[in-house]
Design a protein around this ligand. Structure first.
Ligand code: SME
Length: 160
């Protein structure tokens, strides 16, 4: 598969996730390279939803380091427990931030980012990275994103 199918203009967010998930599964099933798969997942999410920024940070020793992403240039390293990403890593929990200005310690890579969701990627019960999505609108993420993005990260196979 070389493209993501477009949705009807009136498709709901849930319908878009439901059509995207099996396509992502197909897209990454024939490839075992982690970086290639994270790159395509970032692209597919950005293309489907038009999010401002979509990308991955991967745990390397005691920091999160920027991985494949789609969007503007971003911070390269985040410490354990810092910002939304470092907090999701520490707590191994998805964090939905309706207004980034109200999240203590939020790391602003871009002033255009207004709301954010960060989903930890778990491998053998350890957090090995996070999926970070930023929106340029307030309140852009809800339990539907939380539910389906967890399924998206569960598709990712980590080596080791
Ligand atoms: N805002 C994130 C940092 C990463 S950028 O949004 C791409 C945070 O607070 O962890």
């Amino acid at each position: 598969m070389h493209h993501i199918e477009t949705n009807p203009a009136n498709a709901t967010k849930e319908e878009k996730y439901q059509s995207l998930l099996p396509q992502l599964k197909g897209l990454i099933s024939g490839e075992d390279d982690l970086i290639a798969n994270l790159a395509n997942i970032s692209s597919a999410l950005k293309e489907t939803f038009g999010f401002f920024w979509v990308g991955f940070y991967l745990v390397k020793e005691d920091q999160l380091v920027l991985g494949p992403f789609q969007g503007t240039v971003a911070c390269t390293r985040i410490k354990f427990g810092k910002g939304v990403c470092g907090t999701a890593w520490k707590e191994k929990q998805t964090i939905v931030v309706p207004n980034v200005d109200e999240f203590p310690g939020h790391i602003a890579c871009s002033s255009a980012s207004k709301s954010e969701i960060v989903v930890p990627i778990l491998h053998r019960e350890e957090a090995v990275g996070v999926l970070d999505i930023d929106s340029d609108s307030l309140n852009d993420f809800d339990s539907t994103d939380q539910y389906y993005l967890k399924k998206v990260v569960e598709l990712i196979a980590f080596p080791g």
